[in-house]
Design a protein around this ligand. Structure first.
Ligand code: EPZ
Length: 424
């Protein structure tokens, strides 16, 4: 298993290009199952999860043609299977996103239950209930969701009693081909949902209200080919900006969008950063100062994103002052904190709230990545504290960050990947 060897004490300076958003790319790849004909997707991030999703639809007989770098052309005209098997779904929960499109376009789908993951039980009951409300017949047995629809799905009014990002995306995709109107209430407002909706509209879907809590879809008989460029990754952007803030440095992120990450930028300003931005760039300058600790409560967009919680925990560990972090979305998303404590962090965890006393005495240590954003937060802390850190199980990080070591090296970070297989 690959590891990262990191030498700390660095002040990050320079410019880094942000990739397309993983959490937009995954549903947009699934949306290709809705149309007979090519869907061309550009600004696709080179991530393990993207490769897994492309492999999943490839196994269904869908043609996947990689064009220029960061571009792929998908054509589901040749599809010959409607099944998403456990051995692929267990490696990536977002595989559940093929359920709605397969059902809506082909009238059948067999998708393995994703199971839980490190950060929580991650149920998919809301996805299933929504599709049943649209007329799907769904049986969950032997670890699989087996769904059929007798003719077209029917439009329905669906209220999500918990805001669910992929739940909203599954119903949104299914509704584009349903008979009649679907109203999704208490819908997720994340920019990745809006990006998916914009792609679907370019394919001929009739959607209004994406980005608000009520999305209205008037079903159409069929969708057509289109081209779409994936929205920049606001979580990758935030990760590099927080890393810069922790190191007292100055970093500019390019090919990104400041208008979809207000909550994070506000917290960085509260931490003492000077933020400047343009249409497609954001720069952060700490002017050599130590950041001030900030209190965080995670919540659905546009509030502070749970996917940035671990990164701010890392910053608070070295910041000036005491802070409190409250995680309201997932039941087990503090595992990075146990690893940070191994580096000397002063953290007290009480249920879904953590109290952190910032200190400057942290030192590198051998640690282990547990989930995607947790592993990024350990890299950030290791780059800043004195001493050497060895991070194990970094396959988690490769799932969601494109070339993270090269990007940090480009900012002056001392990080190298150790691949045991190559070491022999
Ligand atoms: C998406 O996961 C993201 N993944 C996650 O990013 C992100 O953390 C999460 O949204 C919240 O923003 C993708 O978009 C691929 P949810 P998702 O359904 O859709 C409960 C990352 O690091 N719930 O919005 O799976 C659920 O338990 C990943 O990139 C149900 O109860 O999350 C949770 O408490 C991690 N029943 C809450 O809703 C359901 O049927 C929000 O989960 C579905 C969800």
């Amino acid at each position: 298993m690959d590891k990262f060897l990191i030498e700390g004490g660095k002040c990050l300076q320079g410019e880094v290009r942000i990739s397309g958003a993983k959490n937009a790319a995954l549903p947009i790849i699934a949306a290709a199952l809705l149309v007979k004909g090519p869907l061309t997707i550009s600004n696709l991030p080179a991530l393990h999860d993207v490769n897994t999703m492309l492999a999943l639809i490839g196994r269904m007989g869908v043609s996947v043609e990689r064009k220029a770098d960061m571009q792929v052309c998908i054509d589901s005209s040749s599809i010959d299977s409607y099944s998403a098997p456990y051995e692929l779904v267990k490696t990536m929960r977002a595989s559940i996103l093929v359920l709605g499109p397969l059902l809506a376009h082909f009238g059948e789908a067999e998708v393995s239950l994703p199971g839980g993951c490190a950060i929580g039980s991650r149920p998919v009951d809301l996805h299933i209930r929504g599709l049943e409300a649209m007329g799907a017949k769904i049986v969950v047995e032997e670890g699989y969701i087996r769904a059929t629809s007798d003719g077209r799905l029917k439009g329905a009014t669906i209220f999500f009693d918990t805001v669910t990002v992929t739940g909203t995306e599954n119903i949104l995709m299914a509704a584009t081909l349903a008979q009649g109107q679907t109203i999704i209430e208490n819908a997720a407002k994340e920019p990745e949902v809006t990006d998916l909706a914009q792609c679907l509209i370019s394919m001929g879907a009739d959607i209004s209200g994406a980005g608000t809590d009520t999305i209205i879809v008037n079903g159409v008989a069929e969708l057509h080919s289109a081209e779409h460029s994936v929205v920049p990754d606001r979580i990758e952007t935030g990760t590099f900006l927080v890393a810069a803030a922790m190191s007292g440095g100055k970093v500019t992120t390019t090919a990104t969008r400041p208008d979809i990450q207000e909550a994070v930028l506000q917290k960085l300003i509260e931490a003492g950063a000077t933020i400047e931005s343009g249409d497609d760039w954001i720069s952060l300058d700490m002017q050599g100062k130590r950041p001030k600790a900030v209190n965080i409560t995670t919540a659905p967009y546009p509030a502070f994103p749970t996917d940035m919680q671990a990164q701010f925990a890392a910053m608070n560990c070295v910041a000036e002052g005491t802070s409190h972090i409250k995680e309201t979305i997932f039941e087990n998303r503090f595992m990075h904190m146990q690893e940070m404590i191994r580096m000397g962090a002063k953290i007290l965890i009480d249920g879904n709230t953590a109290s952190i006393e910032g200190c400057t005495q942290l030192r590198g240590a051998p640690v282990m990545a547990t989930d995607l954003r947790a592993s990024a937060s350990l890299v950030m802390l290791a780059l800043v504290v004195q001493g050497e850190t060895l991070i194990d199980r970094i396959y988690h990080i490769d799932r969601g960050y494109e070339n993270i070591e090269e990007k940090f090296q480009g900012l002056g970070g001392k990080i190298t990947r150790i691949s045991p297989s190559k070491a022999t």
